[in-house]
Design a protein around this ligand. Structure first.
Ligand code: FAD
Length: 413
């Protein structure tokens, strides 16, 4: 009998899995179901589209004929409402049912709305899909004033969009630094200066108590808990993701702020795998469960899941050091691994736009942030993969030019 593979989600995780399954199982039935109206596109690039820098065309990665050529049944605009893991079936909002032998969950997340009055007003935007990017671009093109909330990697995209679209913006941050869990004062200062250069004013120890609206229900201001009021015709909110798990409500699949999977992307329920942003996966480098919201990681998890779904065993293992870069400013920025974890760190500043920080756990590098000079990234990543204890050699690691040969040999440590 022909094996049947059903993949929910056509983001980079689901799509990579579909490609791998097709390569490894040429005769199988493969179905990809997505509630979006378009096939896989480059989610990383949609911010450039919203900035007005890129036309729509390069965003698309797969046209529908990509699926036709591979005999993959792509279902657009189709929302999966329920899964029965005993019967091995998947139900959609239109009442259609799919049988599966192996199922992949690759449904990612949905941006969280601020839990304050008027947070759903016209002009307040969240950012995840190409459709969101079109709406943001349209609004930002006409707005003169803006507010950005969420001092992390997606919030700064909103800030950059305001800068590029000539929207004079205030960036309301909770603490005293942008991305305070990964950057110190010295590192964050470089980002704050770059924001100012883009006509975006950071406002520290701040937040939103409520939004005000005009008579038409359109956002007109953000009011902070201290009562400060910032006029805005445009607001961008990026305070995190809720994983799309509603479809699992009738299953026994283990959840822990995400779908728990082992290093082979297998969930706690037989024949069900998960990949991408929504997983809490066993990280074989950290030797503990971890999460990662990045394109490269989601792509690799999808491929590993696809391979293992077909192999029907624990063949391929996910072992990965992720990267996430920001290209909004005159200097490069890269975070790698798990920069917000760890029990120790080292950092160094080399100039007004060059800074780096490395996080250690149990003496081993687990992640870091590089600003201005990305040259050491491959060396730090190598040390992460080797799980080498190096925290006692911070002086070598923080030299402007890192030379791994200057580290004490592993055996002498
Ligand atoms: C604006 C923006 C900028 C980013 N920039 C970077 C960057 O520079 N570098 C980087 O590494 N990462 C970046 N990311 C993060 C990266 O895009 C994600 O980590 C990655 O796309 C996750 O892929 P995924 O396949 O796990 O999930 P998603 O891409 O979220 O795909 C999940 C899909 O499943 C669909 N779905 C959900 N529920 C259902 C359901 N019940 N039925 C059917 N379909 C469903 C969703 O609509 C979606 O299409 C960025 C993200 C955004 C939004």
């Amino acid at each position: 009998m022909t094996a049947s593979y059903v993949i929910i989600g056509d983001g980079i995780a689901g799509s990579s899995a579909a490609e791998t399954v097709r390569e490894d199982a040429p005769d199988a039935d493969v179905t990809v179901i997505t509630d979006e109206g378009e096939a896989l596109y480059n989610r990383i690039l949609i911010k450039e589209f919203a900035k007005g820098k890129l036309p729509a065309a390069p965003m698309s990665i797969h046209q529908p004929d990509w699926y036709d050529e591979r005999d993959i049944d792509l279902r657009l605009n189709t929302f999966v409402t329920d899964i029965d893991t005993d019967a091995h079936t998947v139900d959609t909002h239109e009442g259609e049912q799919f049988d599966y032998d192996k199922l992949l969950l690759a449904t990612g997340g949905t941006p969280v709305q601020l839990p304050v009055p008027n947070s759903d007003a016209e002009g307040i935007h969240h950012f995840w899909t190409f459709e969101d990017a079109r709406a943001i671009a349209e609004r930002a093109e006409t707005a003169d004033s803006g507010v950005v909330v969420g001092a992390g990697l997606l919030g700064i995209d909103f800030a950059a969009i305001c800068g590029a679209q000539d929207v004079e913006a205030h960036y309301l941050m909770r603490g005293e630094n942008w991305w305070r869990y990964a950057l110190s004062d010295d590192g964050a200062e470089i980002i704050h200066d770059a924001l100012e250069d883009n006509n975006v004013t950071p406002v520290f120890d701040s937040g939103v108590d409520h939004f005000e609206t005009d008579d038409a229900g359109h956002v007109s201001a953000a009011v902070t808990p201290d009562g400060d009021r910032y006029d805005c015709e445009f607001a961008g909110v990026a305070i995190g993701l809720d994983f799309n798990l509603e479809l699992l409500q009738n299953t026994e699949i283990e959840l822990d702020d995400g779908v728990v999977v082992d290093e082979h992307m297998q969930t706690s329920v037989e024949d069900v795998y998960a990949a991408g942003d929504l997983t809490r996966y066993y990280d074989t480098i950290l030797d503990e469960y971890a999460q990662n919201g990045s394109w490269g990681s989601a792509k690799e998890q999808g491929s590993i899941a696809g391979e293992n779904m077909v192999a029907d065993g624990e063949e391929a293992t996910f072992r990965w050091v992720s990267s996430y870069s920001i290209t909004h400013f005159d200097f490069p920025f890269l975070s790698f691994g798990h920069p917000t974890l760890g029990d120790d760190h080292a950092e160094a500043k080399f100039s007004d736009t060059e800074w780096r920080r490395v996080a250690f756990k149990d003496g081993k590098i687990v992640g870091g942030v590089l600003i201005g000079d990305l040259a050491p990234q491959s060396k730090y990543k190598k040390l992460i993969r080797e799980e080498r204890v190096v925290a006692d050699q911070k002086d070598v690691l923080m030299r402007e030019e890192v030379d791994l040969d200057e580290l004490a040999p592993a055996a002498e440590q």
